[in-house]
Write a protein that binds this ligand. Structure first.
Ligand code: 3PG
Length: 306
């Protein structure tokens, strides 16, 4: 059995060492394709492997066609919008993710971005503090829950909305559960986005919601850029010079945001949320264990293409 780690944005070395230990410990062979820049390299590497561990790497129909022996793909992380699930199913491949394993890393970065924004991007002028401010968490999954936990340490008043999570679960975490999403945007000066990118959520964060936010609003996106309606956000930021936008990944219209909103906009050049040794170790080793469990025992926990 051959397991490929295909990561254009590589794991920390210590995580690769851990993955190797699990894979070789199970009697399988480990192959590495790190920092690749051409799809051709991926297509060549998948030709004879039984399983692949990836991060945001694009696994499309062409990759599945090229991977004749492939049985499983594990996305070491949460979002699997980079994998063509229909094609995986058609090719008889089990796709899994590793939910929660990098959630704390992403949640900590949210506060890095938030502090950076309210301290005016460290330009030397007086900013504001997070203590006592209202934070709205849009989607209460693994990252949202970690954001709530950390926000309490900052002394923020925490609200959350999740169309798929019962209010009781949100309240049990000591967070105000709002009746509807509009109410949360109307109430909270800070909004942190934790929605997956789906047909339902793409372009869903735009004028309708963000315009409701109170004066001095800060919108933080550590999810996928596709959930933002960039055209509407640009228009709104032109109309409202109190609105700040900080993002873990550059929006498609990054050049426009940079040109128009100096001092109110920041985006990481590469997605940084899960870029910690701990998150790499947690997600990478979980992925390796899930592959061993699937191949040896047929375990399909965390399968996402049922
Ligand atoms: C995820 O979906 O798990 C995060 O966005 C992290 O993605 P990455 O592993 O590509 O950094």
């Amino acid at each position: 059995m051959k397991v490929l780690v295909a990561t254009s944005k590589p794991f920390a070395k210590v995580a690769v060492d851990g993955i190797r230990e699990v894979v070789e410990g199970a009697g399988f062979e480990l192959v590495l394709l790190e920092k690749y820049t051409e799809k051709a390299a991926l297509l060549a590497a998948v030709a004879d492997v039984d399983a692949i561990i990836i991060r945001s790497d694009i696994i499309d129909d062409e990759v599945f066609d090229a991977a004749k022996q492939l049985k499983s793909v594990v996305r070491a992380g949460a979002g699997y919008d980079n994998v063509d699930l229909a094609s995986a199913t058609a090719h008889g491949v089990c796709v899994m993710n590793t939910p929660g394993q990098n959630a704390n890393a992403v949640a900590e970065l949210v506060f890095g971005l938030m502090v950076y924004a309210v301290r005016n991007f460290y330009n030397g002028t007086s900013g504001i503090e997070l203590l006592g401010k209202k934070l709205g968490i849009h989607a209460f999954g693994n990252v949202g829950r970690n954001v709530a936990r950390i926000a309490k340490g900052f002394g923020m008043e925490v609200y959350a909305y999740d169309a798929y999570c019962p209010k009781e679960v949100i309240e049990a975490a000591g967070v105000h559960a709002v009746d509807n999403v509009e109410e949360m945007y109307r109430t909270c000066q800070f909004i942190s986005l934790h929605l997956p990118a789906t047909d339902e959520t793409k372009n869903s964060i735009g004028r309708k919601l963000v315009s409701l936010m109170p004066k001095g609003a800060v919108l933080v996106n550590s999810a996928r850029k596709e959930i933002i309606n960039e055209e509407e956000l640009i228009q709104l930021m032109q109309e409202r010079d109190d609105l700040k936008f900080v993002s873990d990944i550059a929006p498609a219209a990054a050049a426009k945001f940079e040109e128009l909103f100096a001092g109110r906009y920041f985006a990481t050049p590469k997605k940084m949320g899960a870029q910690t040794a701990e998150a790499n170790i947690n997600a990478g080793i979980a992925a390796a264990n899930q592959i061993v469990g699937f191949i040896k025992e047929g375990c399909t926990k965390f399968m996402v293409n049922r």
